[in-house]
Design a binder for this molecule. Structure first.
Ligand SMILES: [Zn+2]
Ligand SMILES: [Zn+2]
Length: 376
């Protein structure tokens, strides 16, 4: 099922402010809250949909990504095993939706409702610098990541052996405690992870010596990421479950890969197009010529038409950068720069003298003054 536009879900127009997002979400969430619509599946869907839209549009980074790329394509990124850009592939279940709602508006002084029902490892962020050549065609990159990984000696449990664990007496092994809080609808039963056992339901009496009961160890691992063509500096990719392991099991965090663009020695990029300056001499500009030009994917021949002026832009179609999530490909623009000999040789001086005599004879045929077209 195609996802509805997040702004549409909240009844807003594209690019609406954070204050409007919050206000609209609050109205919709209150209207469709499950406590007010018991057993109403449609209301529950609307409640979840609004929570998802709010969780993206209320987060500056996610909102910027969403504004630029919209929903992540479904399977559109060439076998990309990850969830695409900007946290796409993201969906919320009812408990997530309730948590988002409680985080946004609930609590009313009760506090402490932000935790998840079970510990989750921290997300990690890594910067990935790419060359324009890599960006032009897409690339698979291997990255060294220092992170917490599950301890293999205790299988992530933190216990020396099976007998060194006992049920937590606070939550009676459930890992959760119930807390009643008030909100604008009346009472809420809020379920929180047990702090005595970190939500595991068990207390370790004899910890694993390798990880000292943490259930995880620090390691350096190699993670690979398939980067589609056309990314920009500031884009990011979420590698699910490649972040830190949680203490004593639980869900693994994500690895956020932040794309950076390396400066190129020749080309500059303007969105999908790349620009190159080409110096030609007077004779080449007057007579025209064909020259071998570098592009991001190898060399090509470029015809310089006879009578080319300095500043003229020649276009190599499709030699730029592909647009992400699209079939469009940018162009390479080549700017002609006519070069005047700085230290002319004797021979050049003679030839230019001859030209000068020829031009003197032509004097007065064409005005040499013109109004500047633009100051840029
Ligand atoms: Zn261990
Ligand atoms: Zn407990």
């Amino acid at each position: 099922m195609a996802k509805r536009d997040y702004y549409e879900v909240l009844g807003l127009s594209k690019g609406a402010s954070k204050a409007d997002v919050k206000k609209s979400y609050r109205q919709i969430a209150m209207k469709y809250h499950p406590d007010k619509n018991p057993g109403d599946a449609e209301a529950e869907t609307k409640f979840k949909e609004a929570a998802e839209a709010y969780s993206v549009l209320n987060d500056d980074q996610k909102k910027a990504q969403y504004d630029q790329f919209g929903h992540a394509p479904e399977g559109g990124m060439g076998g990309n095993p990850f969830d695409g850009f900007g946290g796409g592939g993201f969906g919320v279940d009812l408990s997530d939706a309730l948590r988002i709602f409680m985080d946004g508006f609930g609590g009313g002084g009760g506090g402490g409702s932000r935790s998840r029902s079970r510990a989750r490892g921290a997300d990690l962020k890594i910067k990935l610098p790419l060359t324009l050549e890599e960006i032009a065609v897409g690339v698979t990159k291997k990255m060294k990541v220092k992170r917490f990984e599950s301890c293999s000696d205790c299988s992530g449990t933190g216990a020396r052996d099976k007998t060194s664990k006992t049920n937590c007496t606070v939550c009676h092994g459930r890992g959760e405690v119930q807390q009643v809080s008030r909100s604008m609808f009346g009472q809420f039963v809020n379920i929180q992870p047990c702090s005595n056992c970190d939500g595991t339901g068990e207390v370790i009496s004899n910890p694993c010596p390798t990880c000292s009961g943490d259930g995880r160890v620090r390691k350096e691992s190699v993670v690979s990421a398939k980067i589609p063509a056309g990314v920009h500096a500031g884009n990011y990719m979420t590698l699910k479950g490649e972040g830190n392991s949680a203490r004593r099991g639980g869900q693994q965090g994500d690895l956020i890969v932040l794309i950076d663009e390396k400066e190129h020695e020749l080309f500059i990029r303007d969105e999908d197009n790349i620009y190159l300056e080409l110096g030609v001499n007077m004779a080449q500009a007057v007579n025209g010529t064909e020259l071998e030009i570098p592009t991001l994917t190898g060399k090509v021949n470029l015809k310089i038409p006879a009578g080319s002026q300095s500043g003229k832009l020649l276009r190599l179609r499709g030699k730029g950068i592909p647009r992400i999530n699209s079939h469009m490909v940018g162009d390479q623009m080549v700017k002609i720069q006519i070069e005047t000999p700085v230290k002319p040789s004797k021979k050049e001086k003679e030839l230019y003298k001859e030209l000068a005599e020829y031009y003197s004879a032509q004097k007065g045929k064409r005005s040499i003054f013109r109004k500047i077209k633009s100051l840029l």
